[in-house]
Design a protein around this ligand. Structure first.
Ligand code: ADE
Ligand code: ZN
Length: 324
């Protein structure tokens, strides 16, 4: 089974590119940009990755972004992840970035976009991989701050496929971002949002009913609400579940307690993803192997998860067919 999972063609739909910043790269970019990190070396930094909840992770994650300054930094970050994807047979990826985490440090939208789209283009040629870029708004900040980021992204609107919503979920329901999501509509983008990671099932309803999202990022708390489960099944609303992330952030104490197998067996459109692999202990294959060890899925279930991810992707129809 391990061989089967390692070789399986994969699609990743829930990945924060800033969350692929490995401690070693953080130190090399810090040196390149003359930034002093509050840790002596990458090993000590990695040992600090002990999280009690989402917020304790986000504090370190935003601190880590401080080393990203130039378009070359964004390019190198993304290319390292794309190279990893090639090694793990990830053939299509839709990656999120958090522009507000960079704009507030004086890094321009052009800097980020040149680096990220340059790497996406090169990965297409080098590896034959297809990709999409999701501009994610930080829900702990006011909506106007997000709208400012969207205005700055307008010249790049055709290089972005979707708007997303991430950061601290509790107390920040998705409905607060209605205007921002409407601007994304005008740009012709799809809509996704983190909901039901730490927050209640009602946030998933709100993301669907008020934000009209096409996919729910995480969504595991849906199992608290049977009507919601029925809805998600009926309309095959994809859930981009991130198993290792959920354990590292305390959503589940153990992967054996995770509800993803139950959701899959109930017929929901579950997909498996790595979220912030540099912080949570593994990329796609590591997530899949950990799930297999804890929940013992069948080959048919793995093929179903892959097929769900292809269907849930924003890839053009011809590309979806080629991935099948
Ligand atoms: N930003 C990066 N990773 C995140 C996660 N797992 N939840 C919410 N916001 C995030
Ligand atoms: Zn996420």
């Amino acid at each position: 089974m391990e061989q089967f999972l390692a070789q399986l063609p994969k699609v990743e739909l829930h990945l924060h590119i800033e969350g692929t910043l490995e401690p070693e790269m953080m130190f090399s970019l810090a040196e390149r940009n003359g930034i002093k990190l509050p840790y002596p070396d990458p090993q000590t930094l990695r040992r600090a990755y002990q999280f009690d909840n989402l917020q304790s992770f986000l504090d370190l994650y935003y601190q880590g972004t401080s080393v990203l300054k130039t378009s070359q930094d964004f390019y190198d970050l993304a290319m390292a992840y794309f190279t990893r994807c090639d090694q793990e047979h990830v053939l299509h990826y839709e990656i999120m970035f958090d522009p507000q985490a960079h704009l507030c440090r004086g890094v321009s939208m052009n800097t980020m976009m040149e680096g990220l789209t340059g790497a996406m283009e090169d990965a297409r040629h080098k590896f034959g991989a297809s990709s999409g870029l999701i501009l994610s708004l930080l829900r702990h900040l006011p909506e106007v701050d997000g709208i400012d980021a969207l205005i700055k992204a307008k010249p790049w609107q055709h290089k972005i496929i979707a708007i997303g919503l991430d950061s601290s979920e509790q107390g920040n329901p998705p409905g607060r971002f209605r205007k921002a999501f409407n601007i994304a509509d005008d740009y012709g983008w799809h809509r996704v949002a983190h909901a039901g990671e730490e927050g209640p099932a009602s946030y998933i309803w709100e993301a669907i009913r008020e934000q009209h999202v096409r996919r729910i990022d995480h969504g595991v708390r849906c199992s608290d609400d049977s009507k919601l489960m029925t809805y998600l099944k009926q309309y095959q609303v994809p859930l981009t579940v991130c198993p290792l992330s959920n354990v590292r952030l305390g959503v589940y104490s153990d992967l054996r307690q995770h509800n993803l197998k139950m959701l899959l067996e109930k017929g929901l459109c579950v997909t498996i993803n790595s979220d912030d692999p540099a912080y949570f202990g593994g990329y796609m294959t590591a997530n899949m192997l950990a799930v297999q060890r804890a929940l013992n899925l069948t080959e048919t279930q793995w093929l179903q998860l892959t097929s769900n991810a292809i269907n849930a992707s924003f890839a053009p129809v011809e590309r979806k067919q080629a991935l099948k």
